[in-house]
Write a protein that binds this ligand. Structure first.
Ligand SMILES: Cc1cc2nc3c(=O)[nH]c(=O)nc-3n(C[C@H](O)[C@H](O)[C@H](O)COP(=O)(O)OP(=O)(O)OC[C@H]3O[C@@H](n4cnc5c(N)ncnc54)[C@H](O)[C@@H]3O)c2cc1C
Length: 449
């Protein structure tokens, strides 16, 4: 171990490890100081990675599995499915991901010191000096999580608004749709947030979050889910919990030669409470701007990132609404309303029509009912769920000509004055070879979008 570095990073989490790897790749002498004895232990996250993050950091597939969409459950357990063609989440073996990140950082040349807590530092001229371990560095990054010691040491902003998340990891849960991230709205169980069940990598993670000080109970959620999933052979293999900052980026998040990233900087969506993507994105950006600053006389990293760190304005507004604990009847009621059903789908980026072989895909699916008709699995979306059942099914029965019968679809218009067209949203032809031509599949179904 040397005693002089360009960059010292406190915290070997998602943000710190990305920052370490990229900074080392750019030629900085980097050291990471982590209080845990190794990477990926004592986790406090579910580890769901959104597609945008997966696109930015190519995690080996053995640590992930794709989850195609969300199943949202009202307090009364009415469900809707949300998905967008081409979009997915990654459930992760989070231990594996963090260990892999640590290996990558080390491979790039960063030094990693585990089992050593940050105990303070001071600025001496152009250097940051730590007493334990005794090292000097030209720059310090605080990637030490929601309750950052680096922030306190240098008088930077700290997270004030937090949720607390709790989770149990199970083996042996049966009957859970592996293609869905299952999300449960219930203000009694998770005031200010939601509960979740994630069919993960070899395990199922069940958890929920709520306001700090009102620690939510995983056992209460598990009891509620006994009627939904099979717990007969299930056993808990791990429990975890942790704070989630939801107040937006802290101010100030930087001082001379010191910068916060990840949870330490409050870079977590106040709405979804997802912080892994910003940890990856701004961990990497921090490394880039710090190396520009140290190696090429670039601008002050804090000033550059002040223009780039997200402000989460509208998400913070929505968070205020959630903090008021919408009553459960309101969730039950609103999930039954078409406009509200459409809104969550916009969380995902809208995707255009694309052809993926035998699967004809169309614009984002807001409301879905699927069913087998004449051997084809069909998916519908509609402005009015009342017409989803018989009318829509009749309307989209395959016509004798081999296409989808436009006239019958038109016949399923709802009551006068109500905009409630049923729309074929997706047609999965994989169950049976289609007699239709490619043009039929696209053109005919596209008529109803
Ligand atoms: C229950 C729960 C579930 C969540 N699920 C998701 C999810 O599914 N998807 C998502 O995107 N986000 C999720 N989050 C949020 C996400 O986990 C965080 O935003 C993310 O971990 C932030 O990464 P980070 O590297 O900034 O901080 P952290 O992951 O907190 O890493 C900080 C590191 O610093 C170390 N450290 C702390 N203090 C010191 C010190 N004094 N000295 C040395 N080292 C120190 C810690 O040991 C840790 O290794 C969840 C949070 C919780 C609590």
């Amino acid at each position: 171990m040397s005693d002089s570095y360009d960059l010292v990073i406190i915290g070997a989490g998602f943000a710190g490890l990305v920052c370490a790897r990229v900074a080392a790749e750019r030629g900085l002498r980097v050291v990471v100081i982590e209080k845990k004895s190794e990477a990926g232990i004592q986790l406090h996250t579910t580890g769901i990675i959104i597609k945008e993050a997966a696109d930015e950091l190519h995690i080996p597939t053995q640590f992930t599995r794709k989850v195609r969409g969300v199943r949202l459950y009202a307090p009364g357990m009415k469900q809707i499915d949300l998905e967008s063609p081409g979009y997915y989440f990654l459930a992760t073996d989070t231990r594996g991901v963090l260990r892999w990140q640590a290996e990558e950082a080390a491979r790039a040349g960063a030094e990693l010191i585990f089992g050593q807590a940050f105990e303070g530092a001071r600025r001496e001229g152009d250097e940051i000096v730590l007493d334990k371990p005794a090292i000097r560095a030209r720059y310090l990054v605080g990637a030490d999580g929601a309750r950052s010691s680096v922030a306190r040491c240098f008088g930077l902003g700290t997270n004030s608004r937090m949720l607390v998340g709790v989770e149990a990891e199970f083996e042996g849960i049966e009957g859970i749709d592996p293609e869905r991230l299952h999300c449960f709205l219930d203000s009694n169980l998770s005031p200010g947030y939601i509960g979740w069940a994630v069919p993960g990598v070899g395990v199922t993670q069940i958890g929920l979050a709520g306001r700090l000080g009102e620690k939510p109970s995983t056992d209460a959620l598990i009891d509620k889910l006994r009627g939904v999933f099979g717990f007969e052979n299930a056993r808990i293999v791990e429990r975890r919990s942790g704070p989630i900052p939801v107040g937006g980026a802290v101010r100030p998040f930087a001082a001379e030669r010191v910068l916060l990233v990840g949870d330490a900087a409050g870079l977590v969506s106040p709405l979804t409470a997802g912080g892994i993507h910003p940890a990856f994105r701004y961990g990497r950006r921090a490394a880039q701007v710090i190396s520009d600053y140290l190696l090429d006389d670039g601008p002050d990293p804090g000033q550059v990132l002040a223009r780039e760190y997200p402000r989460y304005r509208w998400k913070a507004l929505l968070r205020r609404g959630l903090d008021r604990d919408p009553p459960n009847w309101l969730y039950d009621w609103t999930l039954a309303l078409p406009p509200t059903r459409l809104r969550p789908a916009r969380v995902f980026p809208p995707q255009g029509f694309e052809d993926q072989g035998r699967l004809a895909r169309f614009a984002a699916v807001e409301i879905r009912k699927s069913g087998i008709v004449n051997g084809y699995r069909l998916y519908w979306q509609t402005d009015n769920p009342r017409i989803l059942d018989d009318d829509a099914e009749q309307a989209f029965k395959k016509s004798p000509q081999g296409g989808f019968d436009r006239h019958r679809a038109n016949a399923c218009q709802g009551p006068p004055g109500v905009s409630n067209r049923a729309r074929l949203s997706r047609c999965d032809l994989s169950r049976r070879e289609a007699s239709t031509t490619q043009e039929d599949r696209h053109g005919q179904a596209g008529e109803y979008i």
